[in-house]
Design a protein around this ligand. Structure first.
Ligand SMILES: [Ca+2]
Ligand SMILES: [Ca+2]
Ligand SMILES: [Ca+2]
Ligand SMILES: [Ca+2]
Length: 157
């Protein structure tokens, strides 16, 4: 009767350490995942300082597990303002803020809302007859071009 030779139980010495959810020490060196400098398969994490779930586009770190206050997204163009990120809508604002982080702000961004209707203001130069008896427009009809007296319309006395 032929005896089968027992194969020794051995772990493949070439097993590489890889990032895994269970923090398994694949290469049996006593260190797993982020604790093992030989680990591969890291994710790029971005800090999310304003807590809006969008990470800063200007900073990142490569780790197996997310460091505190870090997310995998890296598209937040202003990580100090939770009202600015790609999930927001572009709105007209006095500071020309790019709320939706597409690189375009206010009038430059076709998706902007909240525009104001602006009307052309004409410079009114009084005629000689008007200078003699000035008569300023008293009212502006809705929808009409307003004609406002300006510095150039001052009538010399
Ligand atoms: Ca591992
Ligand atoms: Ca953020
Ligand atoms: Ca804006
Ligand atoms: Ca924008």
């Amino acid at each position: 009767m032929r005896r089968l030779r027992r194969q020794p139980q051995r772990r493949e010495s070439g097993d590489p350490e890889v990032c895994d959810a269970a923090d398994v020490d694949e290469d049996c060196d006593g260190l797993a995942d982020d604790a093992d400098a030989s680990a591969t398969g890291q994710t790029t994490w971005h800090p999310d300082a304003d807590g809006d779930t969008y990470g800063s586009s200007s900073s990142s770190i490569s780790r197996c597990d997310a460091p505190p206050a870090h997310v995998s997204d890296g598209t937040d163009c202003d990580d100090a303002d939770p009202l600015v990120n790609p999930g927001r809508a572009e709105v007209c604002d006095p500071d020309d803020t790019d709320e939706d982080c597409d690189g375009l702000a206010d009038d430059a961004d076709a998706s902007a809302t909240g525009q104001t209707a602006w009307y052309l203001t004409r410079t009114w130069t009084p005629s000689a007859a008007t200078r003699a008896a000035p008569s300023w427009p008293a009212t502006n009809l809705r929808g009409a071009l307003p004609m406002r007296p300006t510095a150039t319309t001052a009538v010399p006395m």
